[in-house]
Design a protein around this ligand. Structure first.
Ligand code: 5GP
Length: 115
């Protein structure tokens, strides 16, 4: 798999504003935030896209969601609400081919559109 910027962030070769870390999951602020809170939650193992998640990685994906839940609470946006987004491949506008959840909130978001 081609090396991604997120692999460099995991290895601390690129700086990032890390907000959460455990042995399997890392979360850091998006470099180009789309809302007051915009955090990327990633697995430490390299998984390119949603299509590449294996059945044995179901717990890992659950951990990513629970990390997002925890970060949302810490950011103070849990009650008002937020959005978790995963883009996949070209039609999904995925830019970085290392699986990530976008945790987006801190303002009223527009309804999700097909475009
Ligand atoms: P995608 O389109 O792949 O779902 O989203 C990739 C996200 O990664 C984008 O929101 C982009 O701003 C963010 N991003 C790309 N490069 C970097 C980086 O070097 N550091 C951080 N913190 N975010 C990045």
């Amino acid at each position: 798999m081609t090396e991604t910027v997120f692999a460099k962030i995991i290895r601390r070769e690129l700086p990032a504003d890390i907000v959460y870390e455990d042995d399997q999951v890392l979360a850091f602020r998006d470099i180009n935030p789309q809302a007051p809170t915009h955090v990327l939650v990633i697995p430490k193992v390299e998984i390119a896209t949603v299509n590449d998640i294996q059945p044995g990685q179901a717990e890992l994906v659950g951990r990513m969601v629970l990390a997002a839940q925890r970060i949302a609470a810490e950011e103070g946006i849990a009650e008002d609400g937020y959005r978790l987004v995963v883009n996949c491949n070209r039609h999904g506008c995925q830019e970085v081919y290392h699986l990530h959840l976008h945790l987006i909130g801190g303002r009223q978001l527009r309804g999700i559109s097909a475009g």
